[in-house]
Design a protein around this ligand. Structure first.
Ligand code: SF4
Length: 438
């Protein structure tokens, strides 16, 4: 069959798409572009915001128009949280974010024998206890591979639908993660991103005392020629022990995406986040104490229900205190099915947008200050692709340093997937510029 896949959402969804692609090719099927004519269209959906649900429906309709004779199979988080809404679109198969390999069997079966009604195989995700092991890898041509080590979340932040879409915590056993890391290194990947829905919870359901720190140590030892980069972390993970043990690992990237969401204790309480600003700041300080100029990035939601101008002011002050090196800033988006959706004090859209602008202004200042502080240093850069047209000679290449700073440097050699020391000479927008050091 000719198949096409469209992926919405996070790194975990992208990882699972790459695994489904790999498996269908292994079964002899042909991947075609989603804009092309396929026998089966797979839409891997996201449910994180109401807008993601809306976008998922749009993509489903596009697939149906692309080839009305084709199978349209929908999977992922939105299919899990809203199977009825998906069924109303008249698709052929509906499955959640789990059982990915069985889902592919069902797509093949449907191609052989079409059914009048959508086949719905969405299960009770809250009772899922096993971690589904999928073939690891990166999307073709990428220098960076993702390694999914954890699924599910039990934190129930009040604005988040994920625990209802992904179910409880399940972890990839350490030995299996180590084997996957070795496989990825053997495939020539120079960087492995340790990802999951909430990797800080890795191993917690197995109660054998193993923690994310143990896993990271083992992965760094298993793939010494690879950089190991961590996905999003919760502040509770960053302890003295975490920092002391991981700061000694030569191939761990000193880049920590420490999810914050708000810099005000009252707002954090309404979000049901599991820390206050004091504990959060302790994590930031520990990272700066143990790592040399680490990249510390974060997520921020502004305009959460009940957020007053005073609370927002406290968040702006806290951002400055933490001096983040880059930030992702989102206006709060109501998500039906979450406690925050029915909270009083919903903030008007215009106020949210204005707060996004103000927070982005502070974030840009902090990012520039960090980038300027790196001028004159030499950083190892893993180059990914030409920054500008290849015709230019020498060509300008783009890559990332271990602290996740983007770096551009000129070379007439093909630098794809090559790590080279670069002397940083300046800042161009949100990128560093530099010269290769032979
Ligand atoms: S930690 Fe909170 S925001 Fe993150 S997936 Fe879990 S419930 Fe959602």
């Amino acid at each position: 069959m000719k198949f096409a896949i469209y992926t919405l959402g996070c790194k975990v969804n992208q990882y699972e798409t790459q695994a489904m692609e790999t498996e269908l090719r292994r079964r002899g099927h042909e991947l075609v572009s989603f804009e092309g004519t396929a026998d089966a269209y797979i839409v891997n959906t996201c449910a994180v915001t109401a807008m993601s649900g809306h976008k998922s429906r749009q993509i489903i309709r596009r697939a149906q128009k692309q080839n009305p004779e084709a199978i349209v199979a929908v999977c992922g988080c939105y299919a899990q949280t809203d199977p009825k809404a998906v069924a109303e679109l008249g698709v052929d198969l509906i499955s959640g974010p789990d059982r990915r390999m069985e889902f592919l069997d069902e797509v093949e079966a449907l191609l052989a024998e079409r059914t009048a009604q959508p086949k719905v195989t969405v299960g009770n995700i809250m009772s899922t206890r096993t971690f589904e092991e999928l073939p690891a890898g990166g999307l073709s041509g990428r220098t960076r591979a993702m390694l999914k080590v954890e699924d599910g979340c039990v934190n129930f932040c009040s604005y988040c639908i994920i625990p209802y879409a992904r179910g409880p915590v399940r972890s990839l056993p350490l030995e299996k993660a180590v084997a996957e890391a070795r496989t990825l290194a053997d495939k020539g990947y120079k960087e492995i991103v340790v990802t999951g829905i909430e990797i800080s919870s890795w191993g917690q359901e197995r109660r054998d005392g193993q923690t994310l720190t143990d896993l990271v140590e083992a992965l760094c030892a298993a793939a010494p020629a690879c950089r190991i980069r961590l996905g999003s972390l919760e502040p509770r993970t960053v302890t003295e022990d975490f920092c002391r043990r991981l700061s000694g690992l030569h191939n761990l990237c000193p880049h920590f995406h420490l999810s914050m969401q708000s810099g005000c204790d009252e707002t954090l309480k309404r979000m049901n986040r599991k820390y206050d600003t004091a504990r959060y700041y302790e994590s930031v300080s520990l990272l700066r104490q143990w790592f040399d100029r680490p990249g510390i990035t974060t997520d921020l939601i502004v305009g959460f229900p009940g957020e007053t101008e005073e609370e927002f002011g406290a968040t702006l002050d806290f951002i400055r205190k933490c001096a983040f090196t880059a930030m992702h800033i989102f206006p709060y988006s109501r998500r039906p099915g979450t406690p925050a959706d029915t909270m009083s004090g919903q903030v008007p859209k215009a106020v949210k947008e204005e707060r996004v602008r103000r927070a982005a202004g502070v974030a840009a200042e902090l990012e520039q200050r960090y980038l300027q502080s790196l001028v004159g240093r030499t950083l190892p850069v893993l180059f990914e692709e030409p920054a500008k047209t290849k015709e230019l000679s020498p060509c300008l290449w783009r890559g990332h340093a271990p602290n996740y700073a983007e770096v551009q440097a000129a070379s007439s050699d093909d630098l794809h997937n090559i790590e080279v020391p670069v002397r940083i000479t300046g800042v161009d927008g949100t990128s560093l510029t530099g010269e290769l050091i032979d």
